[in-house]
Design a binder for this molecule. Structure first.
Ligand code: FES
Length: 202
């Protein structure tokens, strides 16, 4: 089992944006500040549990959409709009995960993990898709895949898929060895989705 889980491609999370993520069944909010700083948190506001992935980024902070509590990129609460004069206690803090960006991929691991994120240096990010089927169906669609935990290498296509279990399906974050084959790999990925989803229905 991999500790670092791919949560998307860098190209899909521009500054000022928050998106939903997942780490092995744990729902996450992943966001990039205006200056480009990444953060991954449990998707639950410490106030009343609203999803932080429904919030909005302002500069270097993320605000909860419900009562507007403002959090800094370390997860600490900076401001409570209903009590503007109050300095929020340090204990009010989002649950933080490690979040790094390497080789065009956003990787997430629990806090305190010392192992490095997978090394995909030299590969070109292609795109992320969601497969509405499980790994068994994906294996049927990719008989030549070399499985290394959550990394599936497909030598025949010069492609690598970083897998991510999500509530809505299986996230596939695709990269390729030859940048000139990016479009071909993207089309191939559409075919893989079709095949695997047909397998799942068979
Ligand atoms: S639930 Fe987030 S500010 Fe109230």
């Amino acid at each position: 089992m991999s500790i670092w889980i791919a949560n998307g491609l860098s190209q899909d999370l521009p500054p000022g944006v928050v998106m939903a993520g997942a780490w092995r069944g744990a729902e996450l909010a992943i966001w990039r500040s205006a200056s480009g700083r990444l953060a991954a948190w449990g998707d639950r506001c410490p106030h009343r549990g609203m999803r932080l992935s429904h919030g909005f980024v302002r500069g270097e902070t993320l605000s909860c959409i419900y009562h507007g509590w403002v959090y800094g990129s370390d997860g600490g609460c900076r401001k409570i709009p209903a009590h503007p004069a109050m300095v929020p206690p340090a204990a009010i803090k989002a649950e933080t995960y490690q979040c790094v960006e390497a080789d065009g991929v956003i990787w997430v691991a629990p806090a305190g993990v010392e192992a490095a994120a997978p090394d995909l240096a030299g590969l070109t990010p292609v795109r992320s898709v969601t497969l509405r089927a499980d790994r068994a169906a994906l294996a049927q669609a990719l008989p030549g895949a070399v499985v290394e935990g959550d990394l599936w290498r497909v030598p025949a296509m010069g492609a690598v898929l970083a897998l991510q279990d999500r509530a809505e399906g299986l996230g596939l974050h695709a990269l390729c060895h030859d940048a000139t084959q990016r479009v071909a790999v993207s089309r191939w990925l559409d075919g893989v989705l079709r095949l695997a989803e047909e397998e799942a229905l068979a």
